[in-house]
Ligand binder design. Structure first.
Ligand code: SF4
Length: 174
């Protein structure tokens, strides 16, 4: 049985397949790793907490002008059990360190950590006994964002860097 032809349809240019011309490829191939990681990077829910001045920039990143929603991240969760991204926004005092570690432990795997700002990354200007000289002393950090404070563009760059990293992960080995 023949396929009905639209008489107004023009022939594709040389080198362009008919499927490309109409946009209907019909079949998509991918790997399980890529499919799962694509889902993870498009629905990464950050935990809702801030420690110091960097948190103001994190709030600005979430607000309408910068709009983290476009990454599927509009839901900042108030519970670690519903979060898979911890953005450590600000300096971490030694008194706060066990609390932060407990929150990390309560997050379901897989989970990721961004150290936002100089204080979270290396203690910043607070080179003293009361402040952790980097949150990587107590939790594994995936991405460090430099700055005091980092601008929202820098945090967004850190998030996109994390997405690139997650896309390289092996789903069943983490
Ligand atoms: S890096 Fe700067 S802005 Fe961020 S918490 Fe430290 S002092 Fe505050």
């Amino acid at each position: 049985m023949g396929v009905a032809q639209n008489p107004t349809t023009t022939l594709p240019r040389a080198g362009v397949a008919q499927g490309q011309k109409t946009g209907s490829f019909g079949v998509v191939t991918t790997t399980l790793d890529q499919a799962v990681n694509w889902g993870r990077t498009r629905a990464m829910w950050p935990m809702l907490f801030g420690l110091a001045c960097c948190a103001i920039e994190m709030m600005a990143t979430q607000a309408s002008h910068y709009d983290m929603s476009r990454f599927g991240m509009e839901l900042m969760r108030a519970s670690p059990r519903q979060s898979d991204l911890m953005i450590v926004a600000g300096r971490v005092s030694r008194k706060m360190a066990p609390v932060l570690r407990r929150l990390y432990d309560q997050m379901p795997a897989p989970k990721w950590v961004i150290a936002m700002g100089d204080c979270a990354s290396c203690g910043g200007i607070f080179n003293n006994y009361a402040i952790l000289q980097g949150v990587d002393e107590i939790v594994p950090v995936d991405v460090y964002v430099a700055g005091c404070p980092p601008r929202p563009e820098q945090l967004l760059h850190g998030i996109m860097t994390l997405h690139e990293k997650v896309m390289q992960e092996k789903v069943f080995t983490r």
